[in-house]
Design a protein around this ligand. Structure first.
Ligand code: T4K
Length: 413
């Protein structure tokens, strides 16, 4: 594993008293920003060695040996029959939609990253936004049924945070109505549903290997499927529509992964188990720091399934917490702990959806979660010591919520 970043800590023993907080004039806990999404970096030499091979071969893209090796690795780790590397997950979703010949509308959750909706809109398919379940944050099958029309051409489940959505219920709805089921599995590489790896459900599952994901290719993604004909269409579409030879069989695009991206992916994959173990340790430390706190809780992962723990998600219960989510995020930011309010606002509040009929949709759970959820930094850029310090600051903030709330509100007044 690459050396963890050493960030100078200005309060070496941490901050256990409210008066040490930057809000009350203390020095920020960290001298530089701790962000959500810092990449997990493999040793540079591992990446360089793979790139040396690419240089020696003078083979840089168009499904070169490194991309093939990367695809084999992903197929092996997921047990999927086909793994097709792509330039990023957004293009992967677009290609999956075209390869599945989806038309009309797709039903997908309002609580997800904007790319889930944009990918379909980009290829002329209208996203219809369904709500999610409060406990799980995942697409609510009842809301999917509620949104059904005769224009519905597919369902798109999202495995948000690397937890899995209700695959079985969505499969049943899709099967009964005869439409394809696709999964945005951008967060869920290395995760399982009922002991079967993500990559094997629905017609296809699309992973992201963006720099901010726990396995990264700088930019990258993969489409996994067990359907031979679909896989062959995907391979063709991502390469201008070429199929075995010089003539194209269909309209296509360019979504090929480069050898340099595959080298990064292969180098990071070598550390996959270590990264997950580190993420889990950081998650557990944050969890310990929240022991006994009623107003803020950690998003619970299903421990009986494999999970990658690449997101540390917290929920602020407005009925029980004296501080709002935004106030907590603000106090942490003063300590240079940059939490993220993913994925607020909900998709229905982003253009072009907000001003169209999609924006009129009633998704109360999404709206509530968008006010309550925030993410803390994790990954190998956050050392165990830093995670302990962040956890302690969070605990101090919550233990002194009343004092902090008064201070924030008096500053605002
Ligand atoms: N579906 C879902 C559910 C997704 O979450 C995503 C992507 C997709 C589909 C589409 O996958 P791709 O087409 O991207 O493969 C980031 C990522 O850009 C995006 O890939 C990701 N989800 C999303 C959750 O996060 P932003 O707008 O938050 O990125 P940004 O620039 O604010 O970066 C996040 C943090 O990471 C910053 O605090 C800084 C840090 N960072 C970022 C980069 C790129 C670094 O430290 N180093 C870096 O190189 O979207």
């Amino acid at each position: 594993m690459s050396p963890l970043n050493r960030i100078a800590v200005t309060s070496p023993t941490g901050k256990s008293s409210a008066w040490q907080l930057a809000l009350f004039g203390g020095e920020p806990l960290f001298v530089e920003h701790f962000c959500v999404g810092r990449p997990n970096l493999p040793p540079f030499e591992t990446y360089a060695k793979l790139m040396r091979e690419a240089f020696d071969r003078r083979w840089l893209t168009n499904r070169g040996p490194l991309v093939q090796r990367f695809e084999d690795e992903i197929a092996c780790r997921t047990d999927a029959r086909h793994c097709i590397a792509v330039a990023n997950a957004t293009l992967g979703l677009q290609i999956a939609a075209v390869a599945a010949d989806v038309r009309g509308e797709v039903i997908l959750p309002a609580f997800t990253f904007i790319a889930t909706a944009h990918a379909f809109r980009w290829v002329g398919i209208e996203p219809v936004l369904a709500d999610v379940q409060y406990q799980t944050h995942q697409l609510d099958p009842a809301s999917v049924v509620d949104r059904w029309t005769d224009r519905t051409g597919a369902i798109v489940g999202v495995h948000l945070w690397g937890e899995t959505c209700d695959v079985e219920a969505l499969e049943e709805i899709a099967r009964e109505r005869g439409v394809p089921l696709l999964f945005d599995a951008a967060h869920a590489f290395g995760c399982s549903y009922r002991s079967k790896q993500v990559g094997n459900h629905g017609l296809a599952e699309v992973f992201s290997f963006h720099a901010t994901k726990f396995i990264n290719c700088f930019e990258g993604g993969a489409i996994c499927t067990n359907d031979d004909a679909f896989a062959s269409r995907v391979r063709s579409i991502l390469n201008f529509g070429f199929r075995d030879g010089e003539a194209t069989a269909m309209v296509g695009t360019n979504a090929k992964m480069s050898e340099s991206s595959a080298a990064m992916g292969l180098a990071t994959l070598e550390q996959m188990e270590e990264i997950i173990a580190h993420n889990r340790k950081v998650y557990d430390l944050y969890s310990e720091s929240l022991t006994g706190q009623k107003g803020v809780q950690l998003y619970p992962y299903q421990t009986s399934e494999s999970r990658n723990y690449q997101y540390v998600v917290l929920e602020v219960n407005p009925m029980l917490s004296e501080l709002s989510r935004d106030e907590i995020v603000r106090v942490l930011a003063l300590e240079n702990i940059i939490a993220r309010k993913y994925f607020a606002p909900g998709l229905h509040r982003h253009e072009p959806y907000a001003s169209g009929s999609t924006g009129q949709v009633h998704v109360p759970v999404t709206d509530a979660l968008c006010q309550q959820v925030f993410l803390l930094p994790t990954g190998t850029a956050v050392s165990i010591e830093a995670a302990q310090q962040i956890g302690q600051v969070l605990r101090t903030v919550l233990d002194h919520a009343g004092t902090i709330a008064s201070r924030l509100r008096s500053v605002r007044a």
